[in-house]
Design a protein around this ligand. Structure first.
Ligand code: FES
Ligand code: FES
Length: 158
C-alpha cells in the first residue's frame, strides 16, 4: 500500500507515493536519489543521515517519510547557492574538516543548526553539539576548527 506524500525538498515541491514503513532517509536516497545524505547505522547513533526538517536538524533514519508530510526538508545538496558552497561547507574545506567524508554531510547539517541556535557557541558547546554525530577519521579536532572558522566568518560579516 502506498500513500501520497507531498513536501518541499531543497526548495522544490515534491509529490510522491511511499509505503508507510519508508524511512525519511530511504525516501531521500532511494526515491529522490539525493545520495549526499548518508546512512551509517540506522539506529540514530551516527548522525550521517542528518537533514533539516522545518528548520530543525533531524536524523532522517529515525523518522518515517510520512512524518515529513507537508514539511520543508533541506539536504546537503540544497546548501549551495548559485554554485557557491555554503560558508560551513567552505569552512570544512578550508580547515580540512574531513577525511573520508562519510560523516561530513551530517556534520555540516548539524553544525549549521548548532550555530543558528548558538552563534557564539564556545568550543565546549560546539563539541557538545556534535555529540550525536560520529566521525571515525578526524579525531574531531579539525571539525571543531571548521565550525569555529565559519563562526568567526559570520561574526566578521555580521
Ligand atoms: S544512519 Fe541515522 S543516525 Fe546513523
Ligand atoms: S571524515 Fe571519515 S567518518 Fe568523518
Amino acid at each position: 500500500m502506498s500513500i501520497p506524500l507531498s513536501l518541499t525538498v531543497n526548495g522544490k515541491s515534491v509529490q510522491a507515493e511511499v509505503e508507510p514503513r519508508t524511512l525519511l532517509v530511504q525516501f531521500i536516497r532511494e526515491q529522490l536519489r539525493l545520495t549526499g545524505t548518508h546512512q551509517g547505522c540506522d539506529t540514530a547513533q551516527c548522525g550521517a543521515c542528518t537533514v533539516h526538517l522545518n528548520g530543525q536538524a533531524v536524523k532522517s533514519c529515525s523518522m518515517l517519510a510520512l512524518q515529513a508530510q507537508g514539511g520543508a526538508v533541506t539536504t546537503i545538496e540544497g546548501l549551495e547557492k548559485n554554485g557557491e558552497l555554503h560558508p560551513m561547507q567552505a569552512a570544512f574545506r578550508e580547515c580540512h574538516g574531513l577525511q573520508c567524508g562519510f560523516c561530513t554531510p551530517g556534520m555540516v547539517m548539524t553544525a549549521i543548526k548548532l550555530l543558528e541556535d548558538k552563534p557564539a557557541a564556545s568550543e565546549h558547546e560546539i563539541r557538545e553539539g556534535l555529540e550525536g554525530n560520529i566521525c571515525r577519521c578526524t579525531g574531531y579536532h579539525n571539525i571543531v576548527k571548521s565550525i569555529q572558522h565559519c563562526q568567526a566568518g559570520s561574526t566578521a560579516t555580521a
